[in-house]
Write a protein that binds this ligand. Sequence first.
Ligand SMILES: NC(=O)c1ccc[n+]([C@@H]2O[C@H](COP(=O)([O-])OP(=O)(O)OC[C@H]3O[C@@H](n4cnc5c(N)ncnc54)[C@H](O)[C@@H]3O)[C@@H](O)[C@H]2O)c1
Length: 467
Amino acid sequence: MKRRNFLKTSGIVTAGSLLMAPSTSFGFPVTADKKRIALVGTGSRGPTMWGKSLLEDYNELIEFVGLCDINPGRLSFAREFMGVSCPVFTDFTEMMVKTKPEILIVTTVDATHDEFIVKGMEMGADVISEKPMTTDEVKCQRILDAEKKTGRKLRVTFNYRYGTLFTKIKEILTENRIGRVTSVDFHWYLNTFHGADYFRRWHGIRSKSGTLLVHKASHHFDLLNWWIDSDPVEVHAYGKLEHYGRNNDFRGNKCRSCQYATNCKFFWDITKNDYYMKLYVANENHDGYIRDNCLWREEIDIFDKMAVQVKYANDVQVSYSLTTYSPYEGLTIAFNGMNGRLDSWQDLPWREQDKVNQAERHVKEMEQNAGENREDFDEIVLSDNFGASQMVHVPKIRGGHGGGDRRLKDQIFRGESIPDPLHHAAGSRDGAMSILLGIAARKSIDEGRSVRIEELTDIKPHVTRGR
Ligand SMILES: NC(=O)c1ccc[n+]([C@@H]2O[C@H](COP(=O)([O-])OP(=O)(O)OC[C@H]3O[C@@H](n4cnc5c(N)ncnc54)[C@H](O)[C@@H]3O)[C@@H](O)[C@H]2O)c1
């Protein structure tokens, strides 16, 4: 550590500061009339991120003309929660015909996205879809074909790109600070609460989520594609289910009424969460969706540990892993370049502890309440192959995926005026590439072979990401 030059937070270019340059083609034009929006999928993500908070922040630009879900109970709860008076529908086509939205937002179960994206575009709407765009290569091709045929716009909401740390990494790589990147090590740890939660509901079923290689890792694969700025060409992966699902001696019904509640380390009391009780539990009778289902269910058929090797068209090699039962939630990432290396991490407990000690020891000694006012930051270490290392501090925003949710929405709804020099905006090709990497990894595990991306759809991997 002795050669490191620790830069002051105030002295560095902050992550958002490069968001200033020519406009994106993905932002919806801001016109005098409010955009007519319909939302399909009124579970937890839809009415919050794409409902209530959209109305709070962009009320002068948008109006909701319809909400749709197969569960009528969740649908009316969502309308009340969002504070809107638009009609609600359990039939998607009826909603599209009657309300004629300009923008359709898709926040349903992953494996159903394609149905609404395709139909939505065919019925004249531009579409904003939550990630993952879809869950298999056949559906992916359908979406790409529909976009071409209809001429409508599809935007996939990769909010992670907009996080301050991830934006700063992109900025450093774009500035060529470590020379040409040759390989990347990327490891993501989901903890025993968040990681376990995927196994409580539909995410644990491959036909609904496409496995976590698609549902979760597509976030990470999109970041890799964006950072590396090239397309993946070949994937080899390993994965296994050896912790959750059938890997336990006992299994119950739902946590609420489970006979093993006192001795299951994963017992989760949904009754303490008023929002979940109203959204999910009160509406179980309509469709049997049990939010606090047992994570030891025999039907779970996804992997809970995954290791993926990727070769990119520009010869970058990636080692990626995803763990779902870590004691803490966090990540480590390293880029090896011809001239140096970039290391970063997030939320590693020993570093969090260290940050308090190093950054504030003196202040704490002087001031009793310094800890409460501490400005939080992420860290990047830039090391020159034959020179010094520098610590870069990146201001950290807690909540809303590192502030990414908000910046993503700004760019979509105030798109005309928000520049995009680092190419944060993601369209269908980016959406496709992120899931194709996960689909290829899944196929590789199933078939015990390397899978080429070009086997999957008509998209041809390109050295410079298809530009
Ligand atoms: N970008 C992110 O960080 C992020 C975070 C959370 C969720 N998501 C995505 O948002 C989407 C929704 O996730 P969620 O946590 O709200 O799930 P959820 O289970 O709470 O909600 C999904 C809703 O879709 C409805 N639905 C399912 N099939 C339908 C159909 N055929 N027609 C109409 N409605 C249908 C369900 O009834 C449910 O209300 C997922 O695709 C998920 O991957 C993204």
